[in-house]
Design a protein around this ligand. Structure first.
Ligand code: SF4
Length: 114
């Protein structure tokens, strides 16, 4: 969760940033959603994402993450995500730009440049 994510999601839900952090987040850098008992994300509903318009960068950028820029990374992700390697081709330059943004937003997670 980036600082921008927290501000955007809190505003979307009509909460103060601190209240949003207290209710929904845990960890330090980066903070992440508290895991729910029977689901991975508090905003995952049977019909989709309850915060789609304000969802975190990690969600809106998927699958254009640095670790998925290689064929090997994409093939591994395709084992759990049925949308990978399907549908219209995506402009590689645009995908790398998104991956760079993710990398810059989470420097503690990535050592190597994309
Ligand atoms: S897109 Fe992100 S915020 Fe929305 S339900 Fe999925 S994991 Fe949660």
């Amino acid at each position: 969760m980036t600082g921008e994510d927290i501000v955007r999601l809190a505003a979307y839900l009509g909460l103060a940033g601190e209240e949003f952090r207290r209710i929904y987040l845990c960890g330090t850098t980066p903070m992440r959603f508290r895991k729910q008992r029977k689901k991975q994300c508090p905003f995952l509903l049977p019909d989709g994402c309850a915060v789609h318009l304000a969802k975190p960068l990690q969600c809106s950028s998927f699958p254009h993450w640095p670790e998925l820029m290689s064929k090997t990374g994409r093939d591994e992700a395709a084992e759990y995500c049925p949308g990978i390697n399907r549908g219209p081709h995506v402009d590689l330059k645009a995908a790398k730009k998104t991956a760079n943004r993710v990398q810059k937003s989470f420097p503690e997670l990535y050592d190597e440049p994309v």
